[in-house]
Design a binder for this molecule. Structure first.
Ligand code: GLA
Length: 410
């Protein structure tokens, strides 16, 4: 009997049925909601707080009509700026009635009616980064609000959190969501400041590993308030040793993409390749209403998406770098490998890659490719073309900031 009671107490605390706002147990995230990296669209990179229901509906419409949804993008996430500046008399969050005159519930229903999923943003602190009401002290109330709206994804930020412990704040919200009962993907956005990869797995389905992305190849953009945003290659390299923490249902999140924003198509291609190689969530951040056909082709490249969504769920890594020419690799579930050649430099380069002299060893996950023992067939995933085998050196020109991504099949 004692055993049964102990089991009961244990399951109550595991599933977070306590109503307090402090955490005493491991988070109880909904398991299995993100077995491959989540794919979708988020409003922040292009629109900041200038969001409204017309934009969301048009974005959802284009997500379906353009083929983005068929390629796998299914979450539409409203970032900061969807609320009024104050909670109502009951302490509830209030969707801004000027931006969303038909109400948030109707908008969620619209997005669901297109076969898509809907997400919202809030923050663990007293206010969001843009100064809207934060969730601190309202975790269970806000979780019930999201469950009632029937949203599917919550991005949870880390501004205005002085004196708060990250693991406690995110665990409390995770438990609150679990208690509210609606399966909601929980996206931790604390920028990697408190090593979420070390404690985030039972708490959330993905966690940001860096400060905000900036639409450039390799720059650091210094904000006057003393913080920086980062070019995509800076983020790709920022946390070299944490790939072992990423995997199905607990992803390292390299941030929303800048494809289709301020870089050229070559750099966008490189950005998309690296996000696929790193098994990062693929969240578009561009204006779909102005999307060029080149941008659409990059975002919907099926073979690259298959690399990202591969069910092994292993984050790739940099294999080697020489004179600005980098080689990134990622093991895949069927015994093949994705290999990306990236010209990090400002001048064109010639690739002449001798596979036999360059075996791959993934010491974190125990995968290996020894090209002197096994021959692999090569397919160029951007050209959608066979490209010989590993018997011969891989020889090609590569423009500055350009990539070639190959799939190697034994
Ligand atoms: C932080 C996050 C961004 C975005 C903004 C919104 O900077 O990291 O992704 O959500 O806040 O204010």
């Amino acid at each position: 009997m004692k055993k049964i009671i102990a089991l009961f107490v244990l399951s109550i605390s595991y599933f977070g049925f306590s109503q307090g706002n402090t955490h005493t147990q491991a988070g109880g995230k909904f398991e299995g909601l993100a077995m491959t990296p989540p794919m979708g669209w988020n409003s922040w990179n292009t629109f900041a707080t200038n969001i409204d229901e017309k934009l969301v509906k048009e974005t959802a419409d284009i997500m379906v009509s353009s083929g983005m949804a068929a390629a796998g993008y299914n979450y539409i996430v409203l970032d900061d700026g969807w609320m009024t500046k104050e909670r109502n008399a009951n302490g509830d969050l209030v969707p801004d009635p000027v931006k969303f005159p038909s109400g948030m519930k109707a908008l969620v229903e619209y997005v669901h009616s297109k076969g898509l999923k809907f997400g919202l943003y809030n923050c663990a602190g007293t206010q969001t980064c843009a100064g809207y009401p934060g969730t601190r002290g309202y975790e269970y109330q806000d979780a019930r609000f999201y469950a009632k709206l029937e949203i599917d994804f919550l991005k949870y930020d880390w501004c205005n959190t002085k004196g708060i412990t990250a693991v406690e704040a995110y665990t409390t919200m995770s438990n609150a969501l679990k208690t509210a009962g609606r399966p909601i993907v929980f996206s931790l956005c604390e920028w990697g400041d408190n090593q979420p990869w070390e404690w985030g797995k039972p708490v959330g389905n993905l966690w940001r590993i860096s400060g905000d992305i900036y639409p450039c190849f390799d720059c650091e953009f210094k904000h006057p308030e003393n913080w920086s945003s980062w070019g995509f290659m800076k983020i790709a390299e920022m946390r070299k040793d944490i790939r072992k923490y990423s995997g199905p249902d607990h992803w390292n999140d390299f941030d929303m993409m800048e494809v289709g924003n301020e870089m050229n198509d070559t750099e966008d291609k490189a950005h998309f390749s690296i996000w696929c190689m790193m098994a990062s969530p693929l969240v578009a951040g561009n204006d779909f209403r102005k999307m060029s056909k080149e941008t659409l082709a990059i975002l919907t490249n099926k073979e690259l998406i298959a690399v990202n969504q591969d069910k092994l769920g292993i984050q790739g890594f940099k294999h080697s770098a020489e004179d600005g020419l980098e080689v990134w690799v990622k093991p895949l579930a069927d015994g093949s490998w994705a290999v990306t050649f990236l010209n990090r430099s400002e001048v064109p380069k010639k690739i002449n890659f001798d596979w036999k002299k360059n075996p791959i060893k993934d010491t974190d996950f125990g995968y290996e490719a020894d090209f002197s023992k096994t021959v692999f067939k090569l397919k160029d995933l951007w050209k959608n073309k066979e490209a010989g085998t590993t018997k011969k050196n891989f020889v090609s020109d590569l423009a500055s900031h350009d990539v070639i991504t190959l799939r190697l099949t034994p």
